[in-house]
Design a protein around this ligand. Structure first.
Ligand SMILES: *Cc1c(COP(=O)(O)O)cnc(C)c1O
Length: 396
């Protein structure tokens, strides 16, 4: 029996070996390795792809998120201690960025159906210090942007996006409310700024760490670029207390070579997801929803749910015995992490006690019952059939 790994990065990149080698050779020969012409070209190509004016290459996704928030602080639009709403079931990096910028993450529970931040819960999570929303397009599905944009606009909140899982996800103009969002379109084009990660496993992945901030705001772009370069624009003149977080030429050249294929990869992921949803008929498994407009989802991961933790753990073992790799996104929700344990004085807490009782039952239930199965573009039809067969034969 041939194993089906959760994600085979070597196989994923192999078809592009010649292009990647050529890109690497060009970079080596150029004699310029950080923030040069490949970075500039990829920034331009990615901004164009997303339909925004500016893109700034950074070292990774977490830095992108952190620096876009820090830029807003440097520009006086956010202040240290301001609260930012984030989903309770996101990857920890979303919260780490908010904290690293000196802001306070406040958790909002997701919708059971979409796994994304529930717009109906935003109001109850707001307090006098709430200044922004950092929405995450989790698992590759665009969050409910018409509703979230509308809420942000009504309350005068800054809107940011964590697009680390949503390369290529888009809202058709007809599907959105053009009044609510001034620019309905690609993930990352809805708010003040957005960050992407190009970690190798993402839908558009580098061969190392890489990230990007995109925005239509020239000032945010400029400040992010400075913050990622020691707070400096002019050599040895430092306006901010910046960091070193820049996109290197090698990764930019690889990403430039891979970007033209992104839409085709996502289309293949959608094809596989549609087969799972159509052909898995096991009453123990709750399958994710395909959005009315399928292009809102790029299936970074395909996540099933089971009735309880025991069933999930049994399913994972069973699939492993059938040679099928799975992963749990994520087994421990952020509010259960030691990193976010309330400090004795309560100041570091995520949980303003007056509004949120520190209870996130949906995030906890998801952590106990989710399981992600392979969905990458390299799967063959036969492998997809094998996975579907295994899921349909699962009993507990
Ligand atoms: C991957 C990821 C990040 C962090 O990206 P890095 O490039 O690994 O720093 C942030 N948020 C989410 C939702 C992610 O999936």
């Amino acid at each position: 029996m041939q194993k089906i790994p959760f994600l085979d990065l070597k196989q994923l990149n192999a078809p592009y070996m010649d292009a990647l080698k050529a890109a690497a050779a060009q970079v080596v020969e150029s004699g310029w390795y950080i923030r040069g012409s490949f970075c500039e070209k990829f920034e331009k190509a990615f901004a164009d792809y997303c339909g925004v004016k500016y893109a700034v290459g950074v070292g990774n996704g977490l830095d992108g998120l952190t620096l876009m928030l820090r830029a807003e602080i440097e520009l006086g639009r956010l202040n240290a201690g301001d609260e930012i709403l984030v989903p309770s079931n996101t990857y920890i990096a979303t919260l780490l960025a908010v904290s690293a910028a000196g802001l306070v993450p406040v958790l909002v529970e997701p919708c059971e159906k979409s796994f994304n931040m529930d717009p109906a819960r935003l109001d109850a999570s707001c307090g006098p210090r709430t200044r922004g929303i950092l929405v995450v397009h989790l698992y590759g599905r665009l969050a409910d942007m018409p509703a979230i944009c509308k809420f942000a606009k009504e309350r005068g909140l800054l809107l940011f996006e964590d697009c680390a899982q949503a390369h290529g996800a888009r809202l058709s103009a007809a599907a959105g409310d053009p009044q609510a969002c001034n620019r309905p379109r690609f993930a990352g084009s809805f708010g003040a700024a957005a960050a992407y990660s190009f970690y190798p496993t993402k839908n558009l992945g580098a061969l190392g760490d890489a990230g990007m901030v995109i925005t239509d705001d020239a000032e945010i772009a400029r400040v992010v670029r400075m913050l990622g370069n020691y707070g400096s624009e002019k050599k040895y003149v430092n306006k901010y207390r910046g960091v070193n977080s820049r996109l290197d030429e090698m990764q930019a050249a690889f990403l430039l070579a891979k970007l033209p294929h992104l839409d085709a990869w996502n289309a293949r992921r959608r094809e596989i997801a549609a087969r799972y949803v159509g052909e898995v008929k096991n009453p123990l498994l709750r399958l994710p929803e395909i959005p009315a407009d399928p292009r809102e989802h790029v299936w970074h991961v395909f996540t099933l749910r089971t009735p309880d933790r025991k069933t999930r753990d049994a399913l994972q073992k069973y699939l492993e015995s059938r040679g099928i790799g799975t992963l749990i996104f994520y087994p421990i929700p952020p509010h259960r992490q030691e990193a976010y344990a309330p400090s004795p004085d309560g100041r570091e807490s995520l949980l303003p006690a007056d509004r949120l009782a520190g209870k996130f039952p949906i995030a906890e239930s998801m952590a106990e019952t989710v399981l992600s199965i392979p969905v990458s573009q390299v799967l063959t039809d036969a492998q997809v059939t094998e996975i579907i067969g295994a899921l349909n034969e699962f009993v507990f």
